[in-house]
Design a protein around this ligand. Sequence first.
Ligand SMILES: [Zn+2]
Length: 113
Amino acid sequence: MDIISKNQEDEKNKQWQESFGTYHNQCIEIFKKHGYKDPENSGTMPLEKTFHGDTYNLVRESHQAVCDTKQCQELFEYQDYKETGLSAMFYPILPIYTNPTKGELCALCIGIE
Ligand SMILES: [Zn+2]
């Protein structure tokens, strides 16, 4: 790898690291606010949430689901690719809402505050 593409790679990694940091912090804030620990200890996290007219249910057990939005997919792929361990530690306990025909959305993307 030459110097220029190495620098671009570093820059891209830095940006991903920052976006992930922001996402992670926002998740932690929601966790704290709702006393959420993991899918089985969800505190006051709403069990149901309506999004664009569809009802989604909170997943109540440790899961393999990843939020469907483009940004969340990309963040996950980045973590997975970097093998930070977060794809195995952090993602399975994220609050995820599911709808049988629409798919999965994380608490942030579905608009939990
Ligand atoms: Zn999401």
